[in-house]
Design a protein around this ligand. Sequence first.
Ligand code: AMP
Ligand code: ZN
Length: 431
Amino acid sequence: MFYDPAEGLSRDELDRLQTERLRAVVARAATSPFYAARFEECGLTPDDITCPADIAKVPLTTKQDLRSNYPYGLLTVPVDDLVRLHASSGTTGSPTAIFYTRKDLATWASLMARCMHMCGMRPSDVFQNMSGYGLFTGGLGIHYGAETLGCLTIPAGAGNSRRQIKLIRDFSVTAVHIIPSYALHFADFLQAEGIEPASLPIRIALIGAEPHTEETRRRIEGLFGCKAFNSYGLSEMNGPGVAFECPEQSGMHLWEDAYIVEILNPQTLEPVAVGEIGELVLTTLTREGMPILRYRTRDLTRFLPGECPCGRVHRRIDRIAGRSDDMLIIKGVNIYPMQVEQILMGLPEVGGNYLIELSRDGHMDQFTVKVEITDEFFVEDMRGLNALRGRIVAKLRDELLITPRVELVQHGSLPVSEGKAVRVNDLRPKE
Ligand code: AMP
Ligand code: ZN
């Protein structure tokens, strides 16, 4: 039933494995210049670890630590033993480099294959990776997972929708990896070409790499007539394959044989209660070349309570609600772009793309949402469009508690990025 026996471990077995691996990784990390100095400061030794909860004794690691020790300060092996480098997309600030030994690549590929098998992919699937390759881990990371599982794997890369269609049709592609914002754009493109997205043979879509809502997932499933599974990861923890949805599609199992997961209150740095939103903090348990301990991801999520009917006890996290650093404060109100997306993607008139624009009028922040409308509704008369605009304003106001400006624009008129979508354009003068 399970691809990897680790999926079926009981809580006790996982706890034992985590304790053993945490001790080992602390010992290993102590051989890197960065952690050697950190442990020295707080007096931590591997003997201090006797259970998974002892993770609290380990100091936290931030993106800034990775930057200050760039490029090699966290390595526990000589550069000769490394075989791969990836870099984070630099969602915020400059990029950071992550290194892998041969063993690290094999562990990662096997984690990824486990995720793919869990959501129903089999070696008989033909798999097309429609995300960017290069330094982004969603390229090669996903690629080697699919090859490890045994799928015929097509490294299509991002963009060039016409070629994507040809590959999907010529080779009867049944499973894809696609960034959600591009999936919506791709569906628009297909429809503009007179092709029904659901007429393609795709039955499984792995979607992730950027925040998206349940409404967006349902939309992608409806358009393509497929099942879409949320895929979470970050370069600092290898890349994709950290947490993934099972067939229940109710939260993502975070692989606890490979990572220790904590959710902390970002202010107090204390664990939050189950069900409460906080910052995801992750520790690599199996990384050889560059272990990272208690990494503050800045991603906001919560533990889902209860057992998953699929039988895996690896804890489930909710879809990412946003990043602690993408919160907007408009007229004193905290707003996350995902709140806007949730409203917009629930409306059939709204197309696949939107953009939040922040500007300043005198001393007042202006919050504008530009919304693409599907061609079908755009031809409506002015009165129809105004009524739609009014409805969107009202729905956003109810959710956000401030009244945004809403501009309806024609489908295809907002910029599309090849990688992760850029949802906020901040035009306010820098202080
Ligand atoms: P990178 O290391 O450049 O691939 O970026 C990793 C970041 O992408 C994560 O820290 C998240 O902020 C975001 N991310 C990745 N997967 C997801 C997902 N499934 N849902 C929401 N955000 C995601
Ligand atoms: Zn499950």
